[in-house]
Design a protein around this ligand. Structure first.
Ligand SMILES: Nc1ncnc2c1ncn2[C@@H]1O[C@H](COP(=O)(O)OP(=O)(O)OP(=O)(O)O)[C@@H](O)[C@H]1O
Length: 264
């Protein structure tokens, strides 16, 4: 049984549509997972379940040994740091980047009348430093580029020192330089034994940071394959997930994929 996250025969239904069906997934301490699959495969829905934001229609979801439905979701949420596009839209454009990070200790978006401890502000600043945006702490969030915002969001997700870090498409919309900088920051985080369990959602095999250990491959709400990265990232599994014949290459610690037979 997964110590950290566990899905047992999970289904999620919306109206007549099964968004997830018969999903089993187990995540242990120290692992770094990528959740990969085409549009509409159910990746964000899986993340919402393990973030304690959504109840399954059937089956069971456990977060750090606590079963969703039997435990107050409000108690589970601080254990899980989440960075997603939906959350980004709720962050106030007029707030300083450092405040966007520090408010996460209080589980809120938007600084109001709270007094923050110096130690919290120092932690927020050092997390911004780790992601290379320490010099932007005093700038308002709305003035940051999308790449800078992504890094502030990840710093925010790490602020409460969560047990699990969930990153839903962290590289979406970034240019090549921004993507590669983010990949290298995430690789460093993945290599640090003090980091939380990490789960990263993407459509692109090129966006799997070096140092990630496992993959969950989804298609149409079901699991195509799950396990150690090298076992899952085969042409057979990826072709089945994406519905076309793919060639897959690994160069050092990074992957790339293209349609089989495409001009080289
Ligand atoms: N509230 C809802 N009502 C109906 N259908 C929904 C609802 N939420 C999600 N879906 C559908 O469930 C499916 C899975 O959605 P989900 O966002 O989890 O997929 P995804 O793999 O993250 O997709 P993408 O890569 O496009 O972001 C999609 O077909 C989506 O249209």
């Amino acid at each position: 049984m997964g110590d950290v996250l566990e899905l047992n025969d999970v289904a999620v239904r919306r109206g007549s549509k099964m968004i997830l069906d018969h999903v089993d997934w187990s995540v242990d301490e120290g692992q770094r997972w990528v959740v990969l699959g085409p549009n509409g495969a159910g990746k964000t829905t899986v993340i919402q379940l393990v973030a304690g934001r959504l109840h399954p229609t059937s089956g069971s979801v456990s977060i750090i040994g606590e079963q969703v439905g039997r435990t107050d979701l409000a108690e589970l949420r601080p254990l899980v740091g989440l960075s997603s596009a939906a959350l980004d839209q709720r962050l106030p454009a007029g707030e300083r980047a450092v405040d966007v990070v520090v408010t996460a200790s209080y589980g809120i978006t938007g600084r109001w009348r709270e007094e923050y401890e110096d130690i919290d502000l120092q932690r927020a600043q050092s997390l911004l430093d780790v992601f290379g945006v320490g010099h932007l702490g005093g700038r308002t969030y709305g003035t940051l580029s999308s790449g800078e915002r992504k890094r502030v969001q990840i710093a925010r997700a790490l602020m409460p020192d969560p047990e699990v870090l969930l990153l839903d498409e962290p590289a979406a919309g970034l240019d090549l330089g921004g993507r590669e900088e983010l990949m290298s920051a995430l690789s460093e985080l993945a290599a640090d034994g003090r980091s939380p369990v990490m789960v990263l959602v993407t459509h692109h095999v090129e966006e799997i940071p070096a140092g990630f250990t496992h993959a969950l491959l989804l298609r149409e709400g079901g699991v195509v394959a799950a396990g150690p990265l090298e076992d899952v990232m085969t042409p057979q599994h990826l072709s089945a997930a994406f519905g076309l014949e793919l060639e897959v290459e690994r160069h050092r610690d990074r992957y790339s994929a293209r349609a089989a037979g495409a001009a080289h």
